[in-house]
Structure formats: C-alpha cells, structure tokens
Design a protein around this ligand. Structure first.
Ligand code: NAG
Ligand code: NAG
Ligand code: NAG
Ligand code: NAG
Ligand code: NAG
Ligand code: NAG
Ligand code: NAG
Length: 361
C-alpha cells in the first residue's frame, strides 16, 4: 500500500535518530552490553517478569541464576554505568503481521509497579503484546524515557497526567489500545522534546484551551478516531514542523482555518477524512521539499469549487464532499476525466482513481 511507503519513510527517520542515539551511547551495536547490571534494577526486572504472563517463555533468560541482567534477552545496559537503558520486548511476530496467531504475546497479571525503580530507562518497547493492565499513575517517574512504544496492546484506563513529566520523551506511541478519558495540557506540560505522537484508535478525547501553545514541535501526529472536535484544533497553528498528520474520524465539525491550509504545504501525509469539515478550500501551495505527498479530505462537507492542488500530490481523495463541480458533472467516469485534464501532473494509480466519485445528492 502506498501509505506504508510513507509510514516506512517516517519510521526510518525516527529509527535513524534512535540509531545515532544508541551509537553515541555504545549500548546497541555489539549486542548485549558488557556492563554488569545493578542489583536494584535486576530485582525490578525480576518483579516485572512476575507481573507478566509469558506463555512462550520469552523471558526465560531472566533468572536469579544469571546475575548479569544486561545479558538477559531484550535488556540493554549502558556499558559504563551498568544501568539498564533499554527494554526491547516488542512481540517478535509484530513484523510478520501474524499477530492473530502469535505465540509470543505476553499479558499482564497486574499493573507493573516494579518498573518504578527503572528510572534510568531511556527506551521501552512493549508493543504488540496483550498487555491488559492500566498505565500506572506514577509513570512519569521514568524521567529518562526518550522512546516509549506501548502500541497495539489491550491497555485500559486513562493516560496518566504524569506522562507530562517525561521531559526527555521524543516518541510516544500508544495507538490501538483501550485507553479512555480526557487528555489535556497537563499531559504535555513538560514534553518539550516530543516529535512523534501516535495515539490513534483508543477512546480518548482532547480538551485544551484554544489559546494553548504547546512547548513541543511535532513532526508526526496521528490521533485517528479521537474525539477532538467539534472545533478545529487551534493549537496546531504553533506546529511548524508537522509532516504527517492524521486527524481522521475525529468528530471535528468546523471550517478549516486558512492558516491550516498554509501549513498544509509542508505535509507529506495528511488525512482529515471522515469529519464534518465544511467551507471552501483555498488553493494549496506545493509541498515544500517533498517529492510526493498524499492528501485525504474525503467524507466531509467541503463545498464551493475545487481548489488548485499542488502538482506533487500523488494521492488525493476529495470524494464524498459537497463540491459544486462534482454535482454539475455526470457520471463518475466523465468527472474523473475532467479532473485528470485539470490536474495532468498528478500521477493517478488506477485504484486511487476509483476514489473520485461524486457525492450522491
Ligand atoms: C563500551 O563499549 C564500547 C563499544 O563497544 C567500547 O569502545 C568501550 O570501551 C566500552 N566501555 C566500557 C566502559 O566498557
Ligand atoms: C525499589 O527499590 C528499593 C530499594 O532501593 C526497594 O526497597 C523497593 O521495594 C523497590 N520498589 C519496587 C516497586 O520494586
Ligand atoms: C511501535 O509499535 C508498533 C506496534 O508494534 C509498530 O507498528 C510501530 O512501528 C512502532 N513504532 C516505532 C517507531 O517503532
Ligand atoms: C489479562 O489477561 C489475562 C489472560 O487473559 C488474565 O489472566 C489477566 O487476569 C488479565 N489481567 C488484568 C489485569 O486484567
Ligand atoms: C516541568 O519542568 C520544570 C523544570 O524542570 C519543573 O519545575 C516542573 O515541576 C515540571 N512540571 C511538570 C508538570 O512536570
Ligand atoms: C485516512 O483515514 C481513513 C479513516 O481513518 C482511513 O480509512 C484511510 O485508510 C486513511 N487513508 C490513508 C491513505 O491512510
Ligand atoms: C459553503 O457552505 C457555507 C456554510 O457552511 C456557506 O456559508 C457558503 O456560502 C457555501 N459556499 C458555497 C460556494 O456554496
């Protein structure tokens, strides 16, 4: 799928950043590090293991007999300080997309309070398991965290406000869980370094003041299926680095402010589909410094005539809106041809062409 190309591009930017980070800390390249682990952290990890149900025995190397916890599977230490810096416990089946029959899922016996003592942890990836506890209230105590991936689990409860204390955090990935409740300014209070926020497909709502000016500059944000509306999120105005934005199915029923369309020339990926966005779309300037971009504006209530879209858009979906031109033309086919004449530089794939169907009125 075209989207996955974009995703991979985005992810690799992030991975590159992580790699640089890891290399400068000498903890990753030579596999398990040589540092011998600290007793307090070893005990915390053993307790963490006892909080998990691990049917496939992925943590079988985590034992009292193997004293050096830096040699345990998934555990990486800083080789000079011996502190555990990274826990890589993503379900290995996540890559092969065979999750539905995965043998490697771990689930929770309880809230993993033992992790409380892992205050030197910088990297925590527990994604694509079956973790079904809540995220503990004290979570913000893990003040060294740079990367957190809890996506694709069964986590319940609210996103603790203490997450807003994680001032080193660059990537927060909590998509595809059952998190619920309200997320507000407090949750982002000290997240000055946050660049990647992936939190789609939960049961979360955002309530922030229209005057809120976040301290971060996000590069990628996906909040699909959040309750963000009814107003268009005004705070996005402060985000000058955004390249990837998914606000689809976010219950926004507002007009899109002009500053946003100006901002949109920097997007590589934009998905505003399945909202109640209305009003006219102004002409959109070409995306800066990017070969391709994709834009999904479908299933809204945009009206007026179609704007000029930039020639470097590779995929565009404006179907299921109330554009006047669409109403005026006949069959979907003739409309597509007309559109193609007007935007000859857009490279249409045959599947995407099928997206351009006029609204049924
Ligand atoms: C840490 O690992 C790096 C790379 O393997 C090595 O050059 C360095 O000497 C190690 N430091 C210690 C304290 O072991
Ligand atoms: C954290 O470590 C201290 C010892 O430094 C210990 O007393 C305490 O029980 C540990 N807490 C948890 C939750 O493991
Ligand atoms: C976070 O975990 C999910 C699920 O395993 C994965 O799809 C995603 O790529 C991960 N994010 C990063 C930046 O590694
Ligand atoms: C999580 O799921 C497992 C396996 O279904 C179950 O045994 C356990 O009680 C659940 N844990 C919580 C905290 O709900
Ligand atoms: C944010 O950081 C500042 C300075 O480090 C600190 O004084 C404040 O308590 C922190 N607030 C939160 C909510 O973490
Ligand atoms: C845009 O969002 C909709 C609704 O969430 C989703 O179905 C669609 O796959 C997304 N489009 C792309 C290309 O990601
Ligand atoms: C578009 O809809 C708005 C109401 O949402 C209306 O005020 C405006 O006149 C419409 N524009 C056109 C060109 O139909």
């Amino acid at each position: 799928m075209d989207r996955s190309i974009i995703r991979r591009g985005a992810a690799s930017t992030f991975l590159l950043g992580m790699l640089i980070l890891l290399l400068t800390r000498n903890s990753f390249c030579d596999g398990k590090s040589h540092g011998s682990c600290r007793e307090k952290e070893r005990n915390a990890l053993l307790e963490f293991k006892s909080d998990l149900i691990d049917p496939s025995g992925r943590l079988s190397s985590w034992t009292v007999d193997q004293k050096d916890c830096c040699k345990w599977v998934g555990v990486f230490c800083d080789n000079s300080t011996g502190h555990v810096h990274e826990l890589h416990l993503k379900n290995p089946d996540a890559e092969s997309e065979k999750l539905y029959q995965s043998r490697y899922e771990m689930s929770s016996l309880g809230v993993p309070n033992s992790l409380r003592n892992m205050t030197n942890l910088q990297f925590l990836d527990l994604s694509s398991n079956f973790l079904n506890s809540s995220i503990p209230k004290w979570f913000g105590i893990l003040s060294s965290l740079i990367f957190l991936n809890l996506s694709n689990n069964q986590l319940t409860g609210t996103l603790p406000e203490s997450v807003g204390h994680l001032s080193m955090l660059v990537g927060l990935y909590i998509s595809s869980n059952f998190l619920e409740g309200i997320v507000s300014e407090v949750h982002f209070a000290n997240l000055t370094n946050l660049m990647y926020l992936y939190a789609s497909d939960n049961l979360l709502s955002m309530r922030v003041s229209p005057e809120w000016k976040p301290l971060f500059q996000l590069q990628e944000m996906e909040l699909r299926s959040w309750q963000l509306g009814p107003k268009f999120p005004n705070w996005l105005r402060s985000q000058k680095m955004l390249e990837d934005l998914d606000l689809s199915c976010a219950q926004i029923s507002d007009s899109v402010p002009n500053w946003f369309w100006e901002l949109s020339s920097q997007f590589v990926y934009l998905n505003l589909s399945h909202n109640q966005l209305h009003g006219e779309i102004p002409n959109i300037a070409p995306t800066v410094g990017s070969v391709h971009s994709v834009m999904y504006l479908n299933s809204n209530k945009f009206n007026g005539s179609l704007p000029c879209f930039p020639p470097n858009i590779r995929e565009l979906d404006v179907s299921r809106n109330s554009f006047s031109e669409l109403v005026a033309t006949g069959s979907a086919n003739s409309w597509q041809q007309q559109f193609h004449r007007e935007y000859p530089k857009i490279h249409w794939t045959s599947t995407r062409l099928a997206l351009f169907t006029p609204t049924q009125q």
